[in-house]
Design a protein. Structure first.
Lengths: 369, 281, 278
């Protein structure tokens, strides 16, 4: 589907200046050592990261982690107390918001109530002047078609539903062809079904249009479904930045392991390449000796008689305390020498008493606390 | 989000204007109260003579006290009329509440002069009320105390300020969560007790605000006395007015005005404190 | 008793005494006005009861009275000027109170309110002294300055409330989309304040038209309507005044109905701002 002529769309498009920029700066946005405080509270603590051109990067974290603040700093609504932000090799944080090639989709959409959907979408083009009104009309129609809001063009925002408002807000931002689109928890106000639908629409939209998306959310499932990379923020610092698969299967810290997906955290003592964690042993165990924490995902623990043959598996005995049915799968809460673990398997016959469990040592990831 | 320039542009003009056209004039009045009149001119000699005169001369004191009494009466009567009205509207008016509220507001917008004049025509010896009483053969002679007396002033001012008093009381009453009233009744309190223990205390902020407003504005009123007050209904503001007019003594007039100002500001400050304390309870 | 919301409790019973009392208070409030209107049609003018001889003569005399209409015109000019002045300064002041921190902010808030809570005579006299001090000639212009200054806080209060209700994100969105602060002000902030500005304007207009206390001390040769009426009252009652008063009353009612509609519309508009329909 055609987005429109000109402007940096994807690397390798007909626009030569875009190509040149892309070659020079594969990293579109660089956040360098940003510090931000509100009064006495330090919200962002010397945070640095890079946004790759054309990617869908999610800032994930709890409320208070600083993700929205970072977004607002990039948009230009806050000023950093320290550090710099660069885009395309030029300093960004010294520019006012209306001069940045960045647009935002707000959490509550912030559509202008006194303007129709059409006038909302056209706003960015009209204020900057330059384009003749026929061109503006054409681009607006195109943008509305892209988000499937053409039939509501003349309606006021107060008369359309939340999902429709969100689309209008998207169109309003995208029509300006920004280098970077910021999305501040845009789906949080929608109900569950609509949310899932909008997630897939958003993802395919980003692919089609090729614009770099910087997405903020506290919902880790959403982050994993949408992102090329996830940047997990915790208390104003970057905990880990990696692709969803990487962050899930190789979490760097205990916090990451618990925040993204569910996990079992085993407190162990490592000695001579062997980790002992209560009634469970992990061999081989890499890393320095002493106390260590290992993350073991519930689905990595296998239940007899599911043990695959051949692989060197760690075995342990545990008593089944609860069996929680969840349709396709079930969660077993088991107790092993005072430790409680969770095991996920496909739903099967009711189990009780003591059972033998096993897992591959490769699935036990050593994490920092 | 707002630049220094933006904030300066919005703050500076109003600040300058208010400084020049409000602060400065009030300060001038304050300054005048310390000057005197000499040979028909205002002499800029700083002294406390005016204030001494006010305290010593019984005439001024007398008018002042009368004014306080009138203002207090107005506040009281406005409350007696305004509170029950507000209570009725808030708790017992049902579907007609909106309409009745508008009906109360309308007179507020009708000219003060119009309302004062209307009472003049009603209360006069040849006025409507006397005509009415004679028509009913209740009296044969016109009743004279109705007009050109403190009574008339209180009546007119009460009429003017009852809607003013109504507003904050109504707002306070509307703010009382109805479940509280129900809880009180549920616990066995009859309507009177519920009123005294629940509703009245919670409506205190509006009560105080309304009463203060009526008192303060009546204190400085000079129009009603001129319309219906006659000689016996003169108030302190009329004295000030004449001092700025025929009885040329601006400094003395300024001194009285400063006193009124201090009483007003002091009262408002005190009631604001009181309201805060009551609201915090 | 069922489920009751704040302020909308079903009446438990209709207490007869309270209802009668409330009716009496209403009667008290409206009595003079009713008398006024009634007697404006009375040939013998004011006084006596009951009024006989219905006539519209007084209205005829009123319409021919050029002095009155001159005064009306003067009042309109002053009121229009006061609206313009108060709204502009009030708008700036409201923006400043909402967005800027400056030394003396709390003091400013109080001083700006003073003309509304102090008896008018004090403000009027202070301004008179200032006029003399500045060597200015008393005229409609000084009256206009007085009204405009005294009524700033009416505009400030109303507009400030409108600003607080406004969604802050809109201004951010506007800047985000490339509009400069100046453009944002004209395209987004002002339209959102439309209702506040109109409501404030109406109120200021009405207060200015009826203003006596401050005007009394600042008036020059040309009279405003209230002062013209005042002058005639001092000289002796003419029943024509009844006609004028009825006229003013009717105009006031129309204005307040309009004002009320605007107020309730603004409350209605914001409650339907963001709908959440599936």
């Amino acid at each position: 589907m055609e987005y429109g002529e000109g402007g940096p769309v994807t690397p390798g498009s007909a626009n030569s200046s875009a190509q040149a920029t892309a070659r020079e700066h594969p990293g579109l946005l660089e956040v360098r050592g940003i510090v931000k405080s509100f009064g006495n509270r330090e919200v962002l603590k010397r945070i640095s990261l890079e946004v790759v051109r054309g990617e869908f990067l999610t800032l994930l974290g709890e409320s208070g982690s600083g993700k929205t603040t970072l977004l607002r700093l990039i948009a230009g609504f806050e000023q950093p107390n320290g550090g710099e932000i660069w885009m395309n090799g030029e300093r960004l944080d010294t520019l006012p918001p209306y001069r940045r090639r960045v647009n935002t989709v707000f959490q509550n959409y912030a559509l202008f109530p006194h303007l129709s959907v059409r006038d909302n979408v056209a706003f960015g083009l009209r204020v900057k002047g330059g384009a003749p009104s026929e061109e503006i009309t054409e681009r607006v129609n195109q943008a509305l078609r892209m988000v499937k809001m053409s039939e509501y063009a003349s309606t006021r925002p107060s008369k359309i539903s939340g999902g429709q408002q969100q689309r209008a807000a998207l169109a309003r931002a995208l029509i300006n062809r920004p280098e970077l689109l910021l999305l501040d928890e845009p789906l949080s106000a929608l109900d569950a079904n609509l949310r899932k639908q909008m997630q897939s629409e958003l993802k395919s939209l980003q692919r089609e249009v090729g614009i770099t998306f910087l997405f903020v959310t506290h919902d880790q499932e959403e982050a994993m479904a949408l992102s090329d990379r996830i940047a997990l923020l915790r208390d104003g610092a970057l905990e880990q930045i990696a692709s969803p698969r990487e962050i899930y299967s190789r979490p760097a810290t205990a916090y990451t392991a618990q925040f993204v997906g569910q996990t079992n955290l085993l407190r162990c003592q490592v000695q001579a390449g062997c980790a002992s964690c209560g009634g469970i042993a992990i061999v081989p165990a890499a890393g320095p000796e002493g106390p260590a924490t290992f993350s073991l995902r519930p689905e990595a623990i296998k239940c007899f008689p599911e043990v695959p043959s051949g692989a060197p598996m760690m075995k342990f005995k545990a008593t089944i305390r609860q069996q929680i049915y969840a349709g396709a799968t079930e969660l077993l809460e088991v107790e092993c020498a005072g430790q409680y673990l969770r095991v996920r398997r496909t739903a099967g016959a009711p189990l009780s008493g003591e059972q033998e469990f096993s897992f591959s040592p490769d699935d036990a990831i050593r994490v920092r606390d | 989000m707002y630049s220094r320039a933006y904030k300066t542009i919005v703050a500076l003009p109003p600040l300058l204007w208010v400084g020049l056209f409000l602060l400065l004039p009030y300060a001038l009045m304050f300054a005048h109260s310390f000057w005197t009149v000499r040979d028909g001119f205002i002499a800029h000699q700083w002294n406390l003579q005016n204030y001494r005169t006010l305290l010593a001369n019984p005439v001024y004191l007398g008018v002042f006290l009368r004014t306080m009494r009138i203002a207090a009466s107005v506040a009281l009567c406005s409350l007696l009329l305004g509170y029950p009205l507000a209570y009725y509207l808030s708790f017992h008016s049902g579907a007609r509440k909106e309409l009745l509220y508008q009906l109360v507001i309308v007179p507020l917008w009708v000219s003060y002069l119009v309302r004062g004049y209307a009472w003049k025509t009603i209360l006069g010896s040849e006025g409507v009320l006397n005509g009415f009483l004679r028509y009913l053969h209740v009296t044969t002679e016109p009743v004279s105390f109705l007009l050109y007396s403190p009574f008339a002033v209180v009546l007119v001012l009460t009429h003017i300020y009852t809607p003013f008093v109504f507003l904050p009381i109504y707002a306070s009453l509307e703010h009382i969560p109805r479940p509280l009233v129900e809880a009180s009744q549920d616990l066995g309190a009859n309507p009177l007790k519920t009123f005294l223990r629940v509703i009245l205390p919670l409506s205190m902020p509006g009560f105080i605000a309304g009463a203060t407003f009526a008192f303060v504005l009546s204190l400085g009123d000079f129009l009603a006395p001129l319309l219906v007050g006659g000689a016996s209904g003169t108030m302190i503001a009329n004295v000030v007015q004449s001092l700025f007019g025929a009885a040329y003594d601006w400094p003395l007039g300024a001194a009285i005005s400063v006193c009124i100002l201090f009483i007003t500001v002091g009262l408002l400050f005190a009631t604001e404190r009181l309201e805060k304390r009551w609201a915090a309870k | 008793m069922g489920c009751e919301m704040k302020g909308h409790a079903a009446p438990t019973r209709n207490p007869p005494f309270l209802t009668a009392y409330a009716a009496l208070v209403f009667a008290f409030i409206y009595l003079p006005i009713a008398v006024l209107i009634l007697y404006s049609f009375n040939r013998d003018g004011v006084g006596g009861f009951p009024p006989r001889h219905f006539t519209a003569d007084w209205y005829r005399i009123l319409f021919a009275d050029s002095a009155i209409w001159d005064a009306v015109w003067n009042s309109l000019q002053v009121a229009a000027g006061a609206v313009a002045l108060s709204l502009s300064l009030g708008l700036l002041a409201a923006l400043a109170l909402d967005r800027a921190d400056f030394p003396g902010k709390a003091l400013f808030r109080r001083i700006v309110l003073l003309p509304l809570i102090l008896p008018g005579i004090i403000t009027g006299l202070s301004l008179l002294m200032f006029a003399v001090f500045a060597g200015a000639q008393l005229s409609l212009f000084t009256v206009f300055l007085g009204h405009g200054t005294a009524l700033i806080s009416v505009a400030t209060t109303e507009i400030f409330a409108g600003l607080q209700k406004m969604d802050r994100g809109q201004e951010e969105a506007s800047l985000d989309l490339g509009a400069t602060p100046w453009q944002t002000f004209w395209r987004i902030t002002l339209p959102n304040l439309r209702l506040s500005l109109i409501a404030a304007g109406l109120l200021i207009f009405t207060l200015s038209m009826d203003e006596i206390a401050v005007t009394f001390f600042l008036i020059g040769r040309d009279n405003t309507l209230p002062l013209e009426i005042w002058g005639r009252l001092r000289r002796g009652i003419t029943p024509e005044i009844n006609a004028i008063s009825t006229f003013i009353f009717t105009a006031s009612v129309v204005l307040i109905v309009i004002w009320y509609r605007i107020r309730t519309r603004s409350i209605g508009a914001e409650s339907s701002q963001v709908l959440e329909r599936p």
